[in-house]
Design a protein around this ligand. Structure first.
Ligand SMILES: *[C@@H]1O[C@H](CO)[C@@H](O)[C@H](O)[C@H]1NC(C)=O
Ligand SMILES: *[C@@H]1O[C@H](CO)[C@@H](O)[C@H](O)[C@H]1NC(C)=O
Ligand SMILES: *[C@@H]1O[C@H](CO)[C@@H](O)[C@H](O)[C@H]1NC(C)=O
Ligand SMILES: *[C@@H]1O[C@H](CO)[C@@H](O)[C@H](O)[C@H]1NC(C)=O
Ligand SMILES: *[C@@H]1O[C@H](CO)[C@@H](O)[C@H](O)[C@H]1NC(C)=O
Ligand SMILES: *[C@@H]1O[C@H](CO)[C@@H](O)[C@H](O)[C@H]1NC(C)=O
Ligand SMILES: *[C@@H]1O[C@H](CO)[C@@H](O)[C@H](O)[C@H]1NC(C)=O
Ligand SMILES: *[C@@H]1O[C@H](CO)[C@@H](O)[C@H](O)[C@H]1NC(C)=O
Ligand SMILES: *[C@@H]1O[C@H](CO)[C@@H](O)[C@H](O)[C@H]1NC(C)=O
Ligand SMILES: *[C@@H]1O[C@H](CO)[C@@H](O)[C@H](O)[C@H]1NC(C)=O
Ligand SMILES: *[C@@H]1O[C@H](CO)[C@@H](O)[C@H](O)[C@H]1NC(C)=O
Ligand SMILES: *[C@@H]1O[C@H](CO)[C@@H](O)[C@H](O)[C@H]1NC(C)=O
Length: 656
């Protein structure tokens, strides 16, 4: 009895020294009478209602069996709680998730008990046969008893007698299957309806984790009702995976996190379930340029129309440029030490959060959670638990305890975007954060937010996102133009590659002149009738506000920067002419600036934007997860900023 309390399934299979109990039954050889035995499938899904005499409660079990793919899982429903057991023969792990008790991982061994059995096939672990799991089949020397009715369903009745020497247990099994002519709701016939088993066994006690035989015997009686039996199952999503959002300490992770590119743009829907609020924004990252841009809008107190913002953090200069897109007004402030995309090594200077700063995310035990269908896409996800995440908007007390779990979902390799010649794969599509915190008063509070990511693009990160010209009036900026030496190349490498080219121009000029790339704005190229390509751009000044960034390039004044550019292009004695280096279909190309052509008085005849096809390559460099985390945190940082303005609370659900 005690053993049965430990595991229902154990009772099914284990039933102690010497001889079968003749009062139960006498084992015998095959009798060879009656109709052929029902054939059992290699895959099934069924529910069992288990009633064990003297237990005073019913247990329901959902079983998922897949011998073809070598996996099995069960859900035990007991006293209003569902606990889950997943047996992974590939990683040799048994994973149990119990409500309120978290997840436990155990090694799968040949002699340890597990409902799905264990076989060695060609030296590898394999799930047991269906006959052995159900304890039904020719090897059990079934005796045909005849037909009867079970729950109004015509049924064939088989009986077998099993004796287990180890437990000195004898049991009589009565199996009922639908007759071949009866088709169940799922379209299957000869499916199990009921198993009734009675028997006796030596008494055992569970002492210090071991089952120990004690004097005496007991008898038992179990009835298992099978329903919802599917012999041709379509296993629901994640049938063979622990539920999402549960961290299983010690579980083997089958896959590393996908690499995140060093530049990308995406839109984010931030969902705050606690507040029933949704917030939209889009974000652009450029790790090489050390810039982060966010687009968002909100309605200010007392206003009836929402205000749209484009906010850019420039870590080259340590400044935040917040441009009110309704009015064009630009507000320049130093990047806050508490900005969610920033970190500070010394509590004075800011720097862009990088993989190095997120190294704990990178080296942490991110666990692969398998495949899930999300928004109609196949997604893979990873989960990690941490107590290091303590955003200052949640708590200002460094000794507060905050436990959080992070889940990241990416589309599988088989999915890609069609939004550019350079297709993106492994698109991030969702992140989920859940935290619990103990307040100073000892109260437990929890909260969560989900983010849906979409419109992910690693290829077409348009330089216009980084355009700061609205923040500089004509007194603090200068228009320039220069010509390209190579003739007739416009249509070849620029027209269908403007994003790559314009980005290249800004970076080449900035690097050569020793200024932040964000000071080169409004880059534009056009070809005249003589096949000469001219490049136009604005050189921006230096804002009055000073930032405090790590490795800040000291920004020369507008005049000094203009002189530097002139030296670069107009100095006839230059040993090396200035080159514009840019990306073209994945390779670096270089064009020469025609010496002595830099000018700031010119007639600009900009044609209308032809909306030409654009492409460039997103260089996939392994910055790991850092960028995405920035995305997640950034979203929330801005939200908190908004809620502070509106004097709203952070989404907490008080637990106790
Ligand atoms: C085995 O079971 C039988 C029948 O219940 C009982 O008579 C016998 O004493 C048991 N043997 C041992 C070693 O427990
Ligand atoms: C079935 O009968 C065979 C032959 O008598 C015997 O070897 C085998 O152990 C029996 N199986 C069971 C489960 O009793
Ligand atoms: C089941 O209920 C009966 C009657 O109330 C009681 O005697 C017995 O101990 C209960 N069994 C268990 C396992 O709780
Ligand atoms: C499982 O097996 C591995 C090696 O195969 C061992 O390192 C680990 O400690 C085992 N875990 C448990 C819980 O026994
Ligand atoms: C075991 O190996 C043999 C020969 O390599 C192969 O024919 C057989 O299918 C394998 N069995 C299983 C279960 O993989
Ligand atoms: C099994 O045991 C129960 C309860 O002791 C009894 O009612 C039932 O008739 C038994 N069934 C068989 C097949 O012996
Ligand atoms: C168990 O049985 C043995 C021999 O029958 C006896 O010596 C022993 O005292 C018994 N133990 C208990 C706990 O009753
Ligand atoms: C928002 O407006 C309301 C009513 O005009 C006012 O009572 C409240 O203090 C304002 N809140 C903020 C944060 O300005
Ligand atoms: C955080 O997790 C630890 C370890 O699991 C636990 O002891 C602690 O109570 C948790 N704290 C909170 C606030 O949930
Ligand atoms: C910070 O939290 C700790 C433990 O939660 C508490 O003992 C301490 O008083 C708190 N400090 C402040 C300044 O609130
Ligand atoms: C860009 O256009 C030129 C001229 O039409 C063509 O030769 C070249 O292959 C195009 N490049 C790409 C990447 O489409
Ligand atoms: C772009 O690059 C790819 C792979 O390097 C190559 O297959 C393709 O032909 C190139 N396209 C053009 C237009 O050069």
């Amino acid at each position: 009895m005690h053993c049965c309390r430990l595991s229902l399934s154990a009772c099914l299979i284990v039933g102690v020294q010497s001889q079968p109990d003749p009062n139960v039954c006498t084992p015998h050889g095959p009798k060879g009478e009656g109709p052929p035995l029902p054939l059992l499938p290699e895959q099934f899904m069924l529910k069992v209602e288990a009633n064990i005499l003297g237990w005073n409660h019913t247990i329901e079990v959902v079983e998922y069996y897949d011998s073809i793919n070598n996996r099995g899982a069960v859900h035990n429903i007991y006293a209003g709680h569902i606990s889950q057991t997943v047996v992974n023969y590939e990683t040799k792990e048994i994973i149990r998730v119990r409500p309120g008790a978290g997840c436990h991982v155990q090694n799968l061994t040949a002699n340890g008990f597990n409902i799905f059995g264990f076989q060695l096939q060609n030296g590898t672990a394999h799930i047991g046969s269906v006959a052995d799991i159900l304890k039904f089949g020719a090897s059990y020397n079934e005796t045909y008893i005849g037909t009867t009715y079970i729950r109004g369903i015509p049924a064939d009745h088989w009986q077998s007698c099993l004796y287990n020497e180890q437990t000195n247990g004898t049991m009589l099994l009565d199996y009922y299957f639908t007759v071949p002519e009866h088709i169940n709701a799922e379209g299957d016939s000869q499916i199990p309806l009921r198993l009734a088993l009675n028997g006796t066994a030596s008494n055992r006690k569970f002492i210090h984790g071991h089952v120990v035989p004690v004097n005496g015997t007991h008898s038992y009686s179990h009835v298992y009702e099978f329903f919802d039996v599917q012999f041709h199952p379509e296993f629901p999503d994640r049938s063979f995976e622990p539920q999402l959002g549960v961290v299983c300490p010690g579980r083997k992770s089958l896959k590393p996190l996908p690499k995140i590119p060093d530049q990308f743009s995406m839109s984010v829907e931030v969902v705050l379930p606690g507040m029933k609020q949704v917030f939209y924004m889009s974000e652009v990252y450029n790790y090489k340029s050390k810039t982060v841009v966010a687009y968002y809008s909100f309605t200010m107190n007392g206003s009836i129309v929402p205000t749209s913002y484009r906010s850019m953090d420039d870590f080259n200069t340590g400044l935040t440029y917040r441009i009110n897109q309704n009015t064009g007004f630009c507000n320049v402030t130093p990047i806050s030490l508490f900005s969610s995309d920033a970190e500070s090594p010394d509590h004075v200077h800011v720097q862009m959060k990088s993989i190095a700063s997120f190294i704990h995310y990178d080296t942490r035990d991110w666990q692969y959670q398998g495949i899930t269908e999300l928004r109609g896409m196949q997604a893979e996800s990873w989960i990690v638990a941490t107590n290091e995440w303590k955003p200052n908007w949640l708590t200002h007390n460094a000794s507060s305890q905050v436990n959080s779990t992070w889940e990241l979902f990416y589309t599988t390799d088989a999915w890609n975007t069609q939004g550019g010649l350079n297709k993106s794969t492994n698109m991030p599509i969702m992140s989920k954060v859940h935290w619990t915190m103990k307040t100073d008063k000892g109260k437990l509070v929890n909260g969560s937010f989900d983010m849906n990511h979409f419109h992910f693009d690693t290829a077409n990160v348009d330089p216009s996102h980084f355009d700061l010209s609205p923040c500089f009036d004509s007194g603090n900026s200068k228009e320039f133009a220069f010509d390209i030496l190579e003739m007739g190349i416009y249509n070849m490498v620029i027209a269908n590659n403007t994003i790559g080219f314009y980005y290249g121009v800004a970076h080449s000029l900035a690097t050569a002149a020793g200024i932040s790339p964000t000071r080169i704005a409004n880059v534009f190229a056009a070809e005249d009738i003589d096949k000469v390509t001219t490049v136009f751009f604005d050189l921006l000044g230096v804002p009055a506000v000073k930032g405090d960034a790590v490795d800040m390039i000291k920004q020369p004044s507008l005049t000094d920067a203009a002189v530097a550019l002139e030296l670069l292009i107009n100095s006839v004695n230059a040993e090396e002419p200035f080159h514009v280096k840019f990306n073209y279909n994945g390779t670096e190309k270089s064009l020469t600036a025609k010496p002595d052509t830099l000018r700031n008085s010119f007639k600009q005849s900009q044609p209308e934007d032809s909306g030409s096809q654009q492409f460039s390559t997103g260089a996939f460099v392994g910055f790991g997860i850092a960028m995405l985390i920035i995305g997640a945190v950034l979203g929330v940082g801005i939200l908190v900023f908004l809620h502070k303005r509106n004097k709203l609370n952070i989404p907490y659900n008080v637990q106790s």
